[in-house]
Ligand binder design. Structure first.
Ligand code: ZN
Length: 373
């Protein structure tokens, strides 16, 4: 998912983020509840009551989506797989689980946890709805709708199209049977694309039938599913390919050693702009002290460059994320994306021997992709 999301808090050590497309759905759900659902049930409600109840219901709806993702994430963390964040966006939620599970049983547990949470929540809302006396009309309308939407969320996610939870369940079962993650992913991803195309087809059919809002929505979901299914297989194939190569293959060893009292202005004007070089090590008496990246330089306002020294802007060696030359490139890619870095120093025996940039890694992947190897 492209950027444009921001953090809203932390739960169980997992950062919760909102994507901007979330606001669109929030508004849409609130609008549909306020103008259609509540007035149909309670024509005597005034607009303020409808809007307030609509907003509260929408918030509870997103809390339900969050609970679904939280269950995936908590089970993943319990299985030793770190979860970076949960992002709520236009189609619901997505957990950024840092890596593929180690085995099919773990994947099955993680995949089932979410839909199970939704179905249980749905049951709880309906239990409240059934036991409340009819005089609690607001709460009755809200709990009925939330029960229904949570059950729908649980069942929809169990559709066996990867990367939906049901697709993950399918993949884990195939993986269990064949012992081959790549083959299992390929099969599950193909079925996922098929499900995506069915949604697109169904959506277009509805559009021609005159139900164009629902039709566009369903076709849109199908398009998203189809893309995600194709993307997740590609991603796995890339990871597998990268596992066979080490960091040493793409190190840029032309790093420049800088004295600590070099000014940022001098660095930019004499080294970065004329040569396009990106790898700068701040060294004192032959010992590396830190690393300067374009990201470091960007944090200093332009007009302060003449007075700022590289040792003031560098990332010191002990605070630096780095890799050894013999780690595999899949790990390098994970480190880059986990810390959101564009470059990564390679360190051997306490010395920085070079640098790996995201661009180099992408070029490596692209070239191999084009050659089909
Ligand atoms: Zn899920």
């Amino acid at each position: 998912m492209p950027g444009s999301s921001f953090p809203i808090g932390k739960l169980f050590g997992i950062s919760i983020r909102l994507h901007f497309s979330w606001f669109f759905v929030f508004a849409l759900v609130t609008w549909a509840l306020t103008t259609q659902y509540f007035p149909a049930l309670y024509p005597n409600w005034n607009l303020a009551t409808s809007i307030t109840t609509g907003v509260i219901t929408s918030l509870l709806f997103f809390a339900s989506v969050l609970a679904h993702e939280m269950m995936h994430s908590v089970v993943a963390q319990r299985s030793g797989i770190p979860v970076k964040s949960i992002t709520l966006f236009i189609f619901g939620g997505v957990s950024q689980i840092s890596r593929e599970p180690d085995g099919p049983k773990v994947e099955l547990r993680i995949a089932l946890a979410g839909p199970l949470a939704s179905i249980v929540l749905g049951g709880i809302f309906w239990a409240i709805w059934l036991t409340l006396p009819v005089t609690f009309e607001g709460i009755i309308a809200v709990t009925f709708w939330l029960g229904w939407i949570n059950l729908l969320l649980g069942v929809f996610n169990l559709i066996p199209g990867f990367p939906l939870d049901g697709g993950r369940v399918l993949r884990s079962l195939l993986w269990w049977r064949t012992g081959n993650l790549r083959q299992a992913t390929k099969a599950a991803s193909n079925i996922g694309r098929g499900v995506g195309f069915l949604f697109i087809f169904g959506g277009v059919w509805l559009i021609f039938g005159g139900f164009w809002i629902n039709g566009i929505w369903i076709a849109f979901i199908g398009w998203f599913l189809q893309n995600a299914a194709a993307g997740s297989y590609q991603q796995l194939a890339i990871q597998e390919m990268l596992k066979d190569h080490t960091a040493s293959e793409i190190i840029d060893r032309n790093c420049l050693l800088l004295p600590p009292d070099t000014t940022v202005e001098k660095l930019v004007n004499e080294h970065i702009l004329p040569t396009g070089q990106h790898c700068f090590i701040v060294a004192e008496d032959g010992h590396p002290r830190g690393f300067v990246s374009l990201q470091n330089i960007k944090t200093v306002p332009h007009k302060l460059w003449p007075g700022k020294l590289v040792r003031e802007v560098m990332t010191p060696l002990d605070k630096l994320s780095w890799v050894r030359p013999d780690v595999n490139l899949a790990q390098v890619m994970n480190t880059l994306s986990q810390h959101d870095l564009s470059q990564l120093p390679v360190v051997e025996d306490g010395n920085i021997v070079g640098m790996i940039s995201r661009d180099n890694l992408l070029a490596f992947i692209n070239t191999r992709g084009k050659l089909g190897i």
